[in-house]
Ligand binder design. Structure first.
Ligand code: AMP
Length: 532
């Protein structure tokens, strides 16, 4: 199905508003661009309750080869409300403009300063206006022209930098310009199973791989915005949720697929997805995906199936850090790529005030209460703990103490996690207790305070965690409880604090010195001071 779709809620068409007013006009295109169906009812037949008995409705429409994908389809007021109601949350970009960006590589396209500096077509421009993104973030300024110029990209940028739109805008813009191409024919013929509509294998034109369901969902939501009034239907698949429902959704059409690697392999093996025409590949939070052990699945998807090879497809990788494993992946997946470093790779933003305090395990709870009282009841606070059991216990404790809080960890069901996230985001439960894995990639842009109730053992995880605050130009606070169990992170933590021009407690400096000294000693045959 390549027709206009109702995007989730079965709302169908709305002819009461033609959205002409919300369009960012381009001088070379006339009004008729909006009414490529002549302003009349759409082609196709309407089917109700096609699957799952969930009351879903869908448009079934035979796709036509002469459809112009670059022209906006008709507006749908209800959908528009749903997609764009959230608006922009008072982001302060003035702090953001100072973030240094470095682009390296042969013939690097020049960066843009405004969205108008690059030709992205009517659909994208009107959707940018609807999202109220007034100007590009630093990563967008560089990545958009690089991707528009069909170059491969390796970008070191954190979640919160605006990286999702940095790849979605140019990729979707290219798809709108180029149309479905050969995928359309494959969809019509080869992909059919028993000739029955609705059993077709889907051939997405673009694939975005992400490490967690939460991040995948966020990317999908952003994709729905920029696919509004287009013929592109975004889909999302991730583990831990009913596969049948995801398959039924795919069968309604899938041109841009957001997926976690394990679930995608499953879908491919079931013959539901073919990557033969996938000319755009994005790996988001690539370092996280490798940390989580997804490399075999990623290689299976990219190298051992039917995806066009590098050089033919366009590939973009985003990663907060750039360790050796990522460099190898970039070498294997990318062709003559541009390397983009946003801020300093591996460093943390100066927008975040980092505090490290010495707190013995037995004092952590009362110290936490003091901090919560000091920050104020309504500011969003994210508390990291080491274990799932620890998360439950701390949530119970805070609840008993009268705090509105919730928790998110690997043992909680998908529904519970989404519900918890919703309660947190909406401010109904402004305290979220989380384990690191469960919190990965979450886009919670206005967190005031990140508290490391338990510090992680590696510094990259620390950088990721505190990156949940001070995002997209806002100021944030990160407090970490440190005691003698955290010896192994001492030196790296000190380096990070110094690099980000933060206050360094003198005890941390002496510990780091002692640690280094003892290490040298132990390398000469002595005993490691930290007992490891
Ligand atoms: P990301 O790094 O993609 O997770 O984006 C972080 C947040 O910034 C998201 O909530 C986006 O909606 C928002 N955002 C992205 N680009 C812009 C922009 N140019 N102007 C305003 N907000 C933006």
């Amino acid at each position: 199905m390549f027709g206009v779709y109702d995007n989730k809620d079965g709302g169908g068409w709305n002819t009461t508003k033609d959205a002409y007013t919300s369009f960012v006009a381009r001088p070379d295109r006339g009004k008729s661009a909006f009414f490529n169906n002549g302003g009349t009812a759409p082609r196709g037949s309407y089917q109700r309750g096609g699957f799952g008995g969930s009351g879903n409705s869908r448009w079934v429409e035979e796709s036509r080869d002469d459809e112009d994908w670059s022209k906006p389809t008709q507006a749908n007021e209800r959908l528009e409300q749903e997609l764009f109601a959230g608006g922009n949350t008072g982001i302060n970009f003035d702090n953001y403009d100072d973030i240094p960006v470095e682009a390296t590589g042969q013939n690097c396209p020049h960066h843009i300063d405004s969205f108008q500096d690059v030709e992205m077509g009517e659909i994208i421009m009107s959707n940018i206006a609807l999202t109220r993104y007034t100007r590009p973030t630093p990563v967008q300024k560089y990545a958009i022209p690089i991707i528009k110029n069909k170059r491969d990209l390796m970008a070191c940028a954190q979640t919160g930098s605006g990286k999702t739109a940095a790849f979605l805008l140019p990729v979707l813009s290219q798809i709108y310009t180029e149309g479905p191409g050969e995928a359309l024919a494959a969809q019509k013929s080869g992909g059919q199973d028993n000739g029955k509509y609705g059993r077709r294998k889907q051939y997405p034109l673009a694939l975005v791989l992400a490490p967690t369901r939460e991040l995948a969902l966020q990317i999908y939501e952003e994709a729905r915005k920029f696919a509004y009034r287009s013929r592109v239907r975004p889909c999302v698949v991730y583990g831990g949720a009913d596969i049948g429902q995801q398959i039924r959704d795919l069968e309604r059409g899938c041109h841009l697929l957001v997926a976690t690697p394990g679930r995608l392999v499953d879908m491919m093996e079931r013959g539901k997805i073919g990557l033969d025409y996938c000319n755009y590949l994005v790996l988001d939070e690539a370092d996280r995906m490798l940390d989580m052990g997804f490399e075999p699945q990623i290689r299976r998807i990219v190298e051992q199936d039917t995806m066009p090879p590098k050089g033919i497809r366009q590939t973009m990788m985003f990663s907060a850090t750039f360790p050796k494993e990522i460099q190898i992946l970039a070498r294997d997946f990318l062709e003559e790529y541009i390397f983009l470093a946003v801020g300093r790779v591996g460093s943390t933003s100066e927008n975040i005030t980092q505090k490290v305090v010495w707190v013995e395990d037995g004092d952590k709870r009362s110290f936490l209460l003091d901090l919560l009282n000091a920050t104020g009841k309504n500011s969003l606070t994210l508390v990291f703990v080491e274990t799932k059991k620890g998360a439950d216990a701390l949530e119970d404790f805070l609840y008993r103490e009268g705090y509105a809080c919730t928790s998110i960890h690997g043992d909680r069901s998908q529904r519970d996690r989404e519900e918890a996230l919703h309660q947190f985001r909406s401010g109904r439960c402004p305290i979220l207790v989380a384990t690191a894995v469960a919190a990965r990639g979450l886009d919670i842009s206005n967190v005031k305070h990140v508290i490391n109730f338990d510090l992680p053992s590696d510094i990259e995880e620390y950088v990721h965690r505190i990156g949940r605050t001070g995002r997209v130009g806002n100021l944030g606070l990160a407090t970490s409880f440190f005691n003698d169990k955290n010896g192994n992170i001492t030196k790296d933590l000190l380096d990070i604090l110094v690099e980000a021009k933060q206050e360094v407690p003198s005890w941390l400096e002496s510990l780091a010195y002692e640690h280094q000294h003892k290490r040298n000693y132990s390398h000469q045959g002595g005993v490691d001071w930290w007992g490891n």
